[in-house]
Design a protein around this ligand. Structure first.
Ligand code: PA5
Length: 463
């Protein structure tokens, strides 16, 4: 089981900036009330991301489809963005060798290429690799209407038809809403292979549905272990035992510190392989909690700003600011107890004797010593941090980690009294894009934009 150490968040240890016992008890009590409400929703089948864990049929179908392509592809190319991409990216980054160290032609396992942007220069390179060997393309979109994924899909189908003619259909698998949306209609019309995103699960909570599971299965990641980790975290959290669980603790601590002005939440794994986990968490936390209105319609301006950092690298970049800059941050360190290879540091050759204090240790030891040294130096400055220890980087512990942060985010939503499952703010930008791209029905929005377009010139350099 993963472990949460919050000693550097409490007053007793970091003095004035820490959380005192009374306020900690009070906020945990509120978190427990939220969790009890969520338990009712879960029992009634109304908590999508939690209920999806028990869908064995979904898991079976996903594994079966992944097996169908075993040994037949070198690349899995996923078209998708936001919640439709970050889970798969995180899993591949954490559990597979670095792409540069992979040789899919020799290994049985394909590599993952994720198209989660529309930068044409970058996409061109990805498609070049994708079409230079046997690839399976996944289009992953719950709504089916996302501009970025849609434009890539149009581009891809055109290219697939050029290269494979009628055989294009065998190269493409869709993951989308079970019934609604243009992508589902397209799948039905062309009899494409597909898997559903459970209707009640939104993008950023969907890593443990076919959205993350299909790419993971195609890459040979152990889906059973991934789900087992998540299920154990779910069951343990919803036991509502006397001791508070890690999801309640995380939500309560993040929420309480945000209320005390620590509105920047730094996620800092001391593991390159977990760097995409920070990306996944940043989306989950930001899009779920950054809200203008409470559920009751009152202005709240909820949320705190997730920042991605990487240990030990950012000790030589961001850490100076975290130690001595504004008192507005709370750092979460992710620590791997065991690396697959510790990499022993050998004896120093003549001329490098001054480095011999490192000899006899390992890189694994050094990186974890640096983590503790950094958290302790923050504590000395009265700056709070938490450390989550992961016994070993495998599918099982990643399942725990994903679910822990999903549940913590939803509990934090309850503390802020907002809806953590919608994202109303980003709609306007989408509508402006539609209007500028000439989509019918959005002409009014184009007019709205004129005010910004006209007045801009005088504030530009050069004029
Ligand atoms: O979390 C979310 O709901 C979003 O980030 C979506 O995942 C993202 O906008 C992509 O949406 P879709 O899967 O409909 O293409």
């Amino acid at each position: 089981m993963i472990k949460l150490d919050y000693r550097f968040a409490v007053k007793e240890i970091i003095r004035k900036n820490g959380l005192g016992k009374t306020e900690m008890d009070a906020v945990l009590k509120k978190a427990r009330t939220v969790l009890k409400e969520l338990a009712k929703q879960r029992a009634a089948g109304g908590l999508g991301f939690a209920n999806a864990l028990s869908d064995r049929e979904m898991l079976r179908k996903t594994a079966e489809l992944a097996r169908h392509f075993e040994g037949r592809i070198e690349n899995v190319v996923a078209l998708g963005i936001g919640g439709s991409a970050l889970g798969a990216r995180t899993l591949a980054k954490a559990l597979l060798p670095e792409p540069l160290a992979q040789n899919p032609a020799l290994e049985k396992r394909p590599r993952l290429l994720v198209c989660d942007n529309i930068d044409p220069d970058w996409l061109k390179d990805i498609f070049k690799i994708a079409f230079s060997g046997p690839s399976l393309f996944l289009v992953i979109s719950k709504s089916g209407a996302t501009a970025e994924t849609g434009s890539q899909l149009l581009f891809l189908i055109n290219k697939l038809k050029q290269v494979y003619g009628e055989g294009w259909k065998d190269r493409l698998v869709a993951v989308t809403d079970p019934e609604k949306g243009i992508l589902r209609k397209f799948v039905n019309q062309h009899h494409l292979k597909s898997l559903p995103v459970p209707a009640q699960v939104g993008g950023r909570y969907s890593v443990l549905t076919p959205v993350g599971l299909l790419p993971a299965g195609l890459l040979g990641i152990d889906l059973e272990q991934l789900m087992r980790g998540a299920i154990e975290m779910d069951e343990m959290s919803f036991k509502l035992s006397k001791d508070f669980g890690p999801a309640e603790l995380l939500a309560a601590i993040y929420f309480q510190f945000a209320g005390k002005g620590r509105k920047i939440l730094v996620m800092m794994p001391y593991s390159n392989k977990l760097s995409d986990f920070s990306e996944w968490f940043a989306q989950l936390w930001a899009e779920s909690l950054g809200k203008k209105y409470s559920l009751a319609g009152r202005p709240v301006r909820a949320g705190s700003t997730p920042v991605r950092a990487l240990g030990a690298t950012d000790q030589h970049s961001q850490m100076q600011l975290y130690l001595e800059g504004p008192e507005d941050k709370l750092v979460t360190f992710l620590k791997l107890d065991k690396f697959s290879e510790p990499l022993a540091i050998p004896a120093a050759p003549a001329g490098l004797e001054e480095l011999s204090w490192l000899t006899g240790h390992s890189m694994a030891e050094l990186i974890n010593v640096e983590l503790f040294a950094t958290s302790a130096s923050l504590a000395r400055e009265g700056r709070p941090s938490l450390t989550i220890s992961i016994p070993k980087l495998d599918a099982y512990h990643l399942g725990q980690l994903f679910y822990l942060f999903e549940l913590a985010t939803v509990i934090a939503g309850g503390l802020w009294k907002i809806n953590p499952f919608d994202q109303p703010g980003v709609e306007l930008g989408k509508q402006y894009t539609y209007s500028l791209m000439g989509r019918k029905g959005f002409e009014e929005k184009k007019k709205e934009l004129e005010q910004f377009q006209k007045k801009g010139g005088q504030y530009c350099w050069p004029k």
